[in-house]
Write a protein that binds this ligand. Sequence first.
Ligand code: COA
Length: 175
Amino acid sequence: MSDSSTLGENLTPFTLVPMTAEHLEAVVEIEQVGFSNPWQKRDFEYAMSRAGSWCVVAVSSGELVGYSVGFRVGQEFHFADFAIHPGLQRRGIGRELLRQVLGVLHDRNTSVATLEVRASNQRALRLYGRSGFSTVAVRNGYYSKPREDALVMMKALEGRLSDWVGEVMGTMSSY
Ligand SMILES: CC(C)(COP(=O)(O)OP(=O)(O)OC[C@H]1O[C@@H](n2cnc3c(N)ncnc32)[C@H](O)[C@@H]1OP(=O)(O)O)[C@@H](O)C(=O)NCCC(=O)NCCS
């Protein structure tokens, strides 16, 4: 798929394209700056090969500016990784990338989007909160390096969030 987006005069327009092996060097560079316990190349290769996976990169003027990695389980899409190039953050790219990904998921009849986020990651929490995600649970000590709780966030793309929370929390324990 290909979806072009203009974010406004000051903002960086990008195109959404499927993640391939050719993107992984740039993806891993962004990942290493963005996370204290970053995924390695093999983690992205595994994610791309997983059943139900949908992994995309945002490309602007030939440069990779961000990516979204996730997979579908039944009616749910679980975001496993999401980041914006460190030199291009706080310009609305994260919000727009998330908006576009959620739009495609909605068009593909996904009912609920889920993710986990470090409890201290204020920037990500604001982004997800403003994009309509709600915190529905805490996973104590879920992350390592450093050890930290995860907040489980969900957004209903169809119906009400309360319709999905119980159902999804059951399947999430097997991730
Ligand atoms: C979290 C992350 C994806 C957010 O991406 P981003 O592109 O910086 O997000 P946005 O620019 O859309 O929004 C972030 C902030 O920029 C602000 N912003 C948006 N457009 C702006 C503009 N034109 N000018 C100034 N600020 C702007 C937003 O209001 C928001 O501000 P806030 O954080 O103070 O509320 C990014 O910080 C990142 O990659 N972090 C490292 C990896 C990570 O933590 N991923 C999430 C894992 S769950």
